[in-house]
Design a protein around this ligand. Structure first.
Ligand code: ASP
Length: 324
């Protein structure tokens, strides 16, 4: 009987704490972990959304970069954080691909998080250092095949979108190139600009301004249709790499066990951020757009993540590309 009373009391006090938290949340700064280095595309998207969410929530939403291991270190950090809504994760398609790519993760991808909503889907671009010889996709493919032992491809580690896209490129041209991992494509871009690495496949949110100013070369986009902010870039799937399509979708997550009312508050703030015309304008300038508000919901993100794990899992298994 005593035990029953203790259990009921614990349950009641937990419910009371959750309801007090729901009424006062947020009463301090919120941290969003970006699982890649500062200055890269995931960081850029997160900072734009965080700034707009801060306005809606009336508290600062701060970005913390936890790069390494293709995004899995940052995701693991958030999976282990207190489920109180004050530590969140903004991750991309790598959340789905890592679930199969890694033999062992410190978290269970589908069950370690609560879902807040989809944020955006960003096309990728195949780019190279400015002085790399080939000027179009056809000559790039020939060049890569001829120089396969020396052509270097930057990526943000196994599980990153740049890794996935780089693997797709190598598989499409049936040639292995030398990969160079970074903690994010922010630092990788610095090396591409400096000529220390040859090629990269990265989100338009990191490459658009460098392409426009002619500081790097670009061979095409991974979307189905041309990207309005880069109208001259060919669609890779139509330019010699059939089916070479990938969209880097991003989602916002909280640790599993976050009170539902807190998740709802965060999800409402995300939708408000995505409706903000300044966010839409900045996203458009960077070659992307905010997810429709119907997709910026917990249900839509959970469904999408599950579908993407189911889509990429067999492809990765077939390629046998696993990491420890
Ligand atoms: N674009 C990177 C990737 O390849 C990550 C980043 O630095 O945002 O996934």
């Amino acid at each position: 009987m005593k035990k029953l009373v203790a259990v009921l009391a614990a349950g009641l006090s937990f419910a009371a704490v959750a309801s007090v938290q729901a009424q006062t949340f947020p009463d301090r700064n919120i941290t969003v972990v970006v699982p890649f280095a500062a200055g890269g595309p995931t960081d850029t998207v997160t900072r734009l959304v965080a700034e707009a969410m801060s306005k809606d929530l009336g508290q600062q939403v701060i970005v913390e970069n936890v790069g390494g291991a293709g995004g899995t270190l940052g995701a693991g950090r958030v999976a282990d954080a207190d489920p109180d809504g004050y530590t969140l994760l903004l991750h991309h398609i790598g959340m789905a691909t890592s679930a199969t790519l890694y033999r062992k993760l410190s978290y269970d991808t589908l069950n370690a998080f609560d879902y807040i909503g989809l944020v955006t889907e960003v096309p990728m671009t195949l780019v190279a250092r400015k002085d790399l010889e080939p000027t179009d996709l056809k000559s790039l493919v020939e060049y890569a095949k001829t120089n396969k032992d020396t052509v270097t491809v930057a990526n943000a580690g196994i599980g990153a979108a740049s890794h996935l896209c780089g693997m797709m490129f190598m598989s499409a041209i049936d040639t292995s190139l030398v990969t160079v991992p970074y903690k994010g494509t922010g630092p990788a871009m610095t090396d591409l600009l400096g000529g220390q690495v040859d090629i990269m496949c990265d989100q338009t949110t990191n490459t658009t301004s460098q392409i426009k100013s002619g500081k790097i070369k670009a061979y095409g986009v991974t979307s189905k249709t041309p990207v309005p902010s880069l109208p001259n870039l060919p669609v890779l799937a139509n330019a010699g790499l059939p089916n070479f399509e990938v969209g880097v979708w991003h989602g916002l997550y909280a640790p599993k066990g976050t009170p539902k009312a807190t998740v709802d508050t965060l999800s409402n703030a995300l939708r408000a951020a995505l409706r903000d015309p300044n966010v839409a304008k900045r996203f458009n300038d960077l070659g992307t757009e905010p997810s429709p508000t119907s997709q910026a919901t917990p249900e839509a993100l959970r469904t999408h993540l599950k579908q993407q794990i189911d889509l990429w899992g067999p492809i990765i298994k077939k390629a046998g590309a696993f990491a420890d």
